[in-house]
Design a protein around this ligand. Structure first.
Ligand SMILES: Nc1ncnc2c1ncn2[C@@H]1O[C@H](COP(=O)(O)OP(=O)(O)OP(=O)(O)O)[C@@H](O)[C@H]1O
Ligand SMILES: [Mg+2]
Length: 140
């Protein structure tokens, strides 16, 4: 196992996922990539007046912040860690990246930021285990 992808949305569950990935990566000397996906914003009608560039820029910046805050919440490690922000449908974008960059494992939290009580598996985690062709580890 040389490359581990971790899906990060800033939730406690995804932070747990990062910690689990670090634990796995350390003895294996694996590379860890933290990825936050910005989903496309759907506006009512075609809303030609919407400042899409500005909205996307703000969302991408927010995603960068989620990643840097996640890294800041962790203890320093000697691991090879990188981060990436991508635009697209969340689960599909993660699945595609896992495939095209040949990751050995995808780590995801069972729930995320949108956690509604009593939901055991969020929609992103659920979609990922159904669409990803690489092994997926769901952390609770
Ligand atoms: N935008 C995202 N980018 C990267 N990973 C994400 C993103 N959203 C969710 N995840 C990953 O999926 C895990 C589960 O989150 P998910 O979104 O499925 O649950 P939820 O937010 O509780 O429910 P829902 O989004 O369906 O309301 C998170 O812990 C995180 O690992
Ligand atoms: Mg969510």
């Amino acid at each position: 196992m040389k490359k581990i992808l971790v899906a990060v949305d800033g939730s406690d569950a995804s932070l747990k996922g990062v910690k689990a990935a670090f634990e796995l990566a350390e003895p294996l000397g694996a590379q860890v990539t933290l990825v936050t996906v910005v989903p496309p914003i759907i506006l009512p009608g075609d809303a030609p007046w919407a400042p899409m560039d500005e909205i996307n820029r703000a969302e991408l910046q927010r995603a960068e912040r989620v990643l840097s805050e996640t890294l800041a919440a962790l203890e320093r490690s000697t691991l090879d860690v990188s981060t990436q922000v991508l635009l697209g449908p969340i689960a599909e974008t993660l699945s595609q990246l896992a495939q095209t960059e040949d990751f050995d494992l995808v780590v995801v939290g069972s729930t995320g930021k949108g956690a509604v009580t009593r939901v055991l598996v969020g929609s992103v985690a659920d979609r990922l285990i159904h669409t990803c062709l690489k092994p997926v580890l769901v952390i609770r």
